[in-house]
Design a protein around this ligand. Structure first.
Ligand code: ME8
Length: 512
């Protein structure tokens, strides 16, 4: 078996809390990419997400809720799955780090690395932040506290017999990889930051915990495996390593790990070193999305400024949120979230531009042709323009440029609105030029069919509503190769008026 699947992943989210808009942002990005690859890819697509359920942070949250850790995570995980269902996240696999198969695989990986001398015994002494699950060198502490500006909590002194992954061994081979593949970490700012961290040298990494009981046990010992070692291995354990190597060969290496930029070091230094130690190929791309901020601060549970996805979808609909998050800023840079900007974008691009276009076109077809699609046209310039748009959308999405893809589609939406204004179907109807009216109406209907297919990865519900209104069978999530041919909308098809896709919203009802 060889790799035949586009494999993409999100971080595994901590089950000490429930999803906020920042988590939704990374997960929707993965969903857009997964849907895009399903409609354009030559092979299969596998979209993995899940939850990171071990470690002291989760154990503390369970204790605070008066529950045993497993009982607690079993409940919390449902909130993650519900949130993803409500946002139309089409994951193929949801891994929990408490899945017995994952636990056994992590133990096997640990033992293998220990047996081959990549994990060695030592003593660990250091300042540990429970919240960040990170050891900090004394020089980094800020007035004796955790230096992460989001945290700042007191650190604990820990001294214990421990196991170390010999990360320092892999510095040179990692430097070679960074030099050979300058695009393997994106955006470039993330690559530069990690490359300079590497140049500074690497220390071995403590991968066991004597004091933590809520974790995967190290076989034959009372210690547990460091939660980051456990969690990061999910990308291969979920793919079948080491228990189903046939499946693994079809998936690995991952095509994209989507992450937030605060966990770059784990994904672009520690993770590739572990993979090299396991003699496995490295992921093709690690892409760090920027942070959604509010009043200059990252939206995060620790800072207590979270916005829940449901707060937004109630007002803007699922597709309104999916659109607005990606139309606003280039992927990979921070952007600030505000209800005003979301409302403005929703009203302008969705209620006015797309929503009105679809309503107008189908209403005119209803009025002048009883909703029945006239004979297909050759499309001419429209056909050429749309074909060009498809190229641009594909190039943008292949490059994870979500905003660029939307901009290309919206140029076409704008052009169709202009076409309505200039062609004036109502005036043609008045003049009684039936042939010209047929042609104009066909072009518009076929145009919105293309738009439906193109927006599908971003807005699956909207695409489906347009698809249905156009009397199409199946879903708009079909291969673009088959659906995107001018003239695909068959003459004689009965259409209907869809419900209002994007009711206008006033600013100020306050979600943020
Ligand atoms: O770090 N803006 O889990 P986590 C954009 N369990 N993205 C954001 C964001 C924001 N304000 N806030 C969170 C963990 N994210 C570990 C990962 S992976 C093997 C283990 C997104 O629950 C972003 O993708 O803290 C970030 O990396 C992730 O949520 C952190 O989720």
């Amino acid at each position: 078996m060889t790799k035949d699947t586009f494999y993409l992943t999100t971080p595994l989210y901590y089950t000490n809390s429930t999803p906020h808009v920042g988590h939704a942002y990374s997960t929707i990005a993965a969903d857009i990419l997964a849907r895009y690859h399903r409609v354009t890819g030559s092979g299969r697509t596998h979209f993995l997400t899940g939850t990171d359920e071990h470690g002291p942070k989760v154990a503390d949250a369970a204790a605070a809720a008066g529950k045993a850790p497993k009982e607690f995570v079993d409940e919390v995980v449902q909130r993650w799955q519900t949130a993803w269902r409500e946002l139309d996240i089409s994951y193929d696999q949801f891994i929990r780090t408490t899945d017995p198969e994952h636990e056994a695989a992590v133990q096997a990986i640990f033992v293998r690395l220990r047996d081959q001398g990549d994990i060695v015994p030592g003593t660990y002494q250091g300042w540990y932040c429970r919240n960040d699950e990170t050891f900090w060198p004394e020089t980094k502490l800020v007035e004796g506290r955790c230096p992460n500006p989001e945290c700042g909590r007191p650190v604990e002194w820990i001294s214990e017999d421990a196991w170390f992954f010999r990360l320092s061994r892999y510095r040179d081979v990692l430097v070679d990889h960074y030099n050979a593949y300058p695009d393997w970490v994106r955006p470039a700012s993330a690559y530069n930051e990690m490359a300079s961290l590497l140049r500074g040298g690497l220390e071995d990494l403590c991968v066991s915990r004597a004091s933590v009981t809520w974790g995967i046990p190290i076989p034959g010992e009372s210690k547990t495996i460091y939660v980051w070692f456990d969690a990061i291995c999910n990308y291969i354990t979920a793919a079948g390593f080491p228990h189903d190597m046939e499946r693994f060969a079809r998936l690995w290496p991952a095509d994209v790990h989507l992450i937030g930029k605060e966990i770059l070091r784990f994904h672009t230094i520690i993770w590739p070193a572990l993979l090299i130690a396991l003699d496995l190929p490295l992921p093709r791309l690690v892409f760090a999305n920027g942070w959604i901020t509010m009043e200059g601060q990252k939206i995060s549970k620790s800072l207590g400024n979270v916005v829940r996805p449901a707060d937004l979808t109630e007002r803007f609909g699922v597709d309104g949120v999916r659109y607005a998050l990606f139309a606003q800023a280039p992927f990979g840079v921070d952007f600030s979230f505000s209800e005003e900007s979301l409302t403005r974008r929703y009203n302008a691009d969705l209620a006015n531009d797309l929503g009105n276009l679809v309503q107008r076109v189908l209403a005119m077809l209803g009025r002048y042709r009883k909703g029945v699609v006239p004979a297909a046209t050759s499309g001419d310039e429209l056909n050429v323009a749309f074909a060009g748009t498809v190229q641009r959308v594909r190039a943008a999405l292949d490059d994870l440029d979500f905003r660029g893809a939307l901009a290309a589609i919206w140029e076409r939406v704008g052009a169709l609105n202009l076409y309505v204004e200039q062609a004036k179907p109502w005036a043609i109807a008045k003049d009684g030029d039936d042939a010209l009216l047929d042609e104009t109406l066909y072009n518009l209907c076929e145009g919105i069919r293309w738009i439906a297919a193109l927006v599908y990865p971003f807005m699956p519900r909207t695409a489906a509503a347009i698809w249905q209104a156009l009397g199409q069978t199946g879903t708009p999530g079909q291969m673009w190769e088959t659906t995107l041919h001018w003239g695909g909308l068959a003459a004689g098809t009965q259409t209907s008026l869809p419900p209002v896709l994007f009711p206008r919203r006033e600013s100020g009802a306050g979600v943020a």
